[in-house]
Ligand binder design. Structure first.
Ligand code: ARG
Length: 389
């Protein structure tokens, strides 16, 4: 029997995948990753086995996800098309890494996933697998199978006696982890239509957010957030806390018609309260401690880095090289940022650092000015000389 390791979520698609692969003659080993999506993995395990998996590996990858994927992306100020903090995109190379690992452990020659042929996730999983396990062959049932709709899948599940909870009609497609939620499909496919309130999973609407602003202080060490309001938190606690506090203040929603790698535009909405807050805070601290040349050069790097994440090139040589650059830029990104969270707005209202390049005696327009104004004239003459000539 050919052995295959399937990336398993517990949903209808991947459950049908298990059975479908078995019908094609594979022995199916399921793999489920806990990246903070909040699933009950006892149920996930039972579903995989009920659908016919030989066994299931469930791995808690939250810490690794945060330290090796989320925080590097934060250090890089990674954001796609100005609105997407890449929560889904960051999780895929990690999941693929473990698919490859489990395949090696099991001596399996194949890996499988439940992605469609229209999305980015198939690219991310397969390109990562190509880099980390080039000998493995990939099977993507959803790209091959005969089902045309969700109803076809449900009919198949019923026929094959896969006990799946199909009573609730799911209006959206969701992907969730500790860095954010991605929501698509259903009525969101009309880009003219305002997303209905029930599409949002972890954030309050601006209307329901409290009237009183909330202040928080976040302390970073070398680009990594470590303390909230002076209290040290583990990275998981920190993100959970910011998702809660931010979500309650209606922070972190975005609505984007995005450009997929595959060449189509799709409408997706996102929720990423912690990411939104940390991105703002981290940038504000960089503005304080990085010199102009580095700061501006890094903006271009951020853009490239985000594209690499989005396009599934996490383990590519360019991404690895850019990490060295970004790490170097974070050496002095240590300090504290004060933010005001209020009805969907997240504004930085204060920042301080031992590495601050802000010198009051140079910047002030009041008493105590140490700036030598006489230097400006010569500087401007030289700077402007070519234009004058
Ligand atoms: N469009 C996002 C990306 O390509 C999210 C994809 C997954 N979204 C979902 N709702 N299942 O990274």
């Amino acid at each position: 029997m050919k052995k295959i390791v399937l990336a398993y979520s517990g949903g209808l698609d991947t459950s049908v995948c298990v059975k479908w692969l078995k019908d094609k003659g594979y022995e199916v080993i399921a793999f489920a990753a806990d990246v903070g999506q909040g699933d009950d993995f006892k149920i996930v395990r039972q579903r995989a086995l009920n659908a016919g998996a030989k066994r299931i590996y469930i791995k808690n990858l939250k810490d690794e996800f945060i330290s090796d994927f989320v925080f590097p992306a934060l250090s890089a100020n990674a954001i796609y098309e100005g609105k997407y903090f890449l929560a889904t995109a960051l999780s895929r190379p990690l999941i693929a890494k473990y698919l490859v690992e489990v395949a090696k452990k099991e001596g399996a020659g194949y890996i499988a996933h439940g992605c469609t042929g229209k999305g980015n996730d198939q690219v991310r999983l397969e390109v990562t697998a190509a880099i980390l396990g080039p000998k493995l062959k990939i099977v993507a049932p959803v790209r091959e199978w005969e089902f045309k709709s969700r109803q076809d899948e449900i009919d198949y599940a019923k026929k094959k006696k896969i006990p799946i909870d199909i009573t609730k009609k799911k209006p959206y497609s969701l992907d969730k982890n500790i860095w954010g939620v991605s929501i698509e499909c259903g009525i969101l496919e009309d880009p003219w239509r305002e997303p209905p309130e029930d599409a949002y999973q972890i954030t309050k609407s601006i209307e329901r957010a409290p009237n009183k602003p909330k202040y928080i202080q976040i302390c970073f060490e070398q680009g990594i957030p470590c303390y909230i309001n002076g209290k040290y938190l583990t990275s998981q606690e920190l993100l959970t806390r910011l998702n809660k506090v931010g979500g309650d203040c209606a922070i972190g929603r975005s609505d984007l018609v995005e450009s997929r790698l595959i060449g189509i535009k799709s409408r997706e909405i996102y929720e990423a309260p912690a990411a939104t807050i940390l991105y703002q805070a981290h940038k504000a601290l960089e503005n304080l401690v990085l010199d102009r040349e580095l700061l501006h050069f890094k903006e271009g790097i951020s853009l490239k880095y985000s594209e690499l994440i989005y396009n599934g090139l996490w383990y590519s040589p360019l991404k690895v090289a850019l990490d060295k650059f970004i790490n170097q830029t974070q050496k002095k990104v240590t300090g504290t940022v004060r933010l005001k969270l209020h009805k969907g707005n997240c504004s930085v209202v204060g920042r301080k650092s031992d590495y601050s390049l802000y010198k009051k005696e140079l910047a002030t327009y009041s008493a105590g000015d140490k700036f030598d104004q006489s230097l400006a004239e010569g500087f401007i003459k030289l700077w402007g000389m070519p234009y004058k000539k």
